[in-house]
Design a protein around this ligand. Structure first.
Ligand code: SF4
Length: 319
């Protein structure tokens, strides 16, 4: 049974210490809140707030403008954020929800790229419904607060539901999120400053509840062609899972005498070794992109890295 004083202490703490200044917390626009939630997955708050969120909304201020845009343009604005499937799903969702995002969680879950967390966040932060939200930060707080070891996600959501404060579920969820981000840190949580410290079961040994799942990486070796002519580079649209829909370098056979360089690149779960080869012919389909326009093209971070290489070393190879 939740102690009412914990609810009050949490909301009081949020009033004084919460991150109210975040732009997506100052708006009631559901589309803007949705964009922020998608961007914030896997990306630091500061980068989203200062760079990507304002830039994206300046170009696509409404769901209609996003739906009507070319996917390539969405990719360009997404460039650097990684996880490009998010951009692809945003675009698809905008086209499916032209008249606005639904307010029912089960309907939101039917849209591409909207999972349990995002649907709940939209309903709680946007539509202000009385439902729980669990992200990584909230999960950590809940595990410690309730003393939950090796808990399944489903159970965690049940605990979150039992804890949600019907008096102001939105502020309660945001408070838990901020508490996890600012106080109940993975390492060295600041328990003495925590509004939940009186009832918290985990405060004696908080690290016990921070289980780290071992990350599993997929290692790939790639062989890419640099085909450059008259200030233009040949690129192809990726049909593979990796960078699907984006412009990437064409594949090539690894021919020893054409080898230029190799570099490492990390992208989501992939750990890539990229080998670049100089070629003077490509048989697969490709498009020419002006080298000086590369920055504005929907290219992957890997292709960007290769572009830096071309800029630095291109003269040596006569590019
Ligand atoms: S008392 Fe400590 S461990 Fe418990 S919720 Fe607060 S910061 Fe986390």
């Amino acid at each position: 049974m939740v102690n009412k004083s914990a609810h009050n202490a949490l909301l009081d703490w949020y009033t004084t210490d919460g991150r109210h200044e975040l732009p997506w917390r100052k708006t009631n626009d559901i589309y803007h809140i949705y964009i922020s939630e998608i961007m914030l997955q896997q990306t630091q708050v500061n980068r989203v707030r200062d760079e990507y969120y304002p830039k994206f909304l300046a170009r696509f201020p409404s769901i209609k403008t996003l739906a009507e845009a070319e996917l390539d343009e969405v990719f360009v604005l997404w460039s650097g954020l990684g996880y490009y499937s998010r951009a692809r799903n945003l675009h698809k969702t905008a086209q499916l929800a032209l008249n606005g995002l639904p307010c029912e969680k089960k309907e939101l879950l039917k849209l591409p790229g909207i999972g349990e967390y995002t649907a709940s966040a939209i309903c709680s932060f946007g539509y202000r419904q009385n439902i729980p939200v669990v992200d990584t930060n909230i999960a950590r707080v809940l595990k410690r607060y309730f003393g939950l070891l090796e808990v399944q996600d489903k159970t965690l959501w049940e605990y979150a539901a039992s804890f949600v404060n019907a008096a102001d579920a939105r502020a309660h969820n945001l408070a838990l999120m901020d508490l996890g981000s600012l106080v109940c840190l993975p390492k060295n949580p600041q328990c003495e400053m925590c509004p939940l410290r009186l009832e918290c079961k985990g405060k004696g040994e908080p690290e016990l509840y921070t289980q780290k799942k071992k990350k599993e990486y997929e290692r790939l070796e790639l062989f890419y062609a640099l085909y450059i002519k008259d200030g233009k580079i040949a690129l192809r649209t990726s049909q593979e899972k990796l960078y699907k829909g984006m412009l990437v370098l064409p594949n090539t056979e690894p021919i020893e005498e054409n080898f230029i360089a190799a570099f490492k690149h990390s992208y989501t779960k992939y750990r890539l070794t990229v080998n670049l080869y100089h070629v003077d012919k490509i048989t697969d389909e490709f498009v020419w992109v002006e080298l000086k326009e590369l920055e504005n093209a929907p290219i992957s971070s890997l292709t960007k890295k290769a572009a830096v290489f071309i800029e630095k070393k291109g003269e040596i190879y006569g590019f």
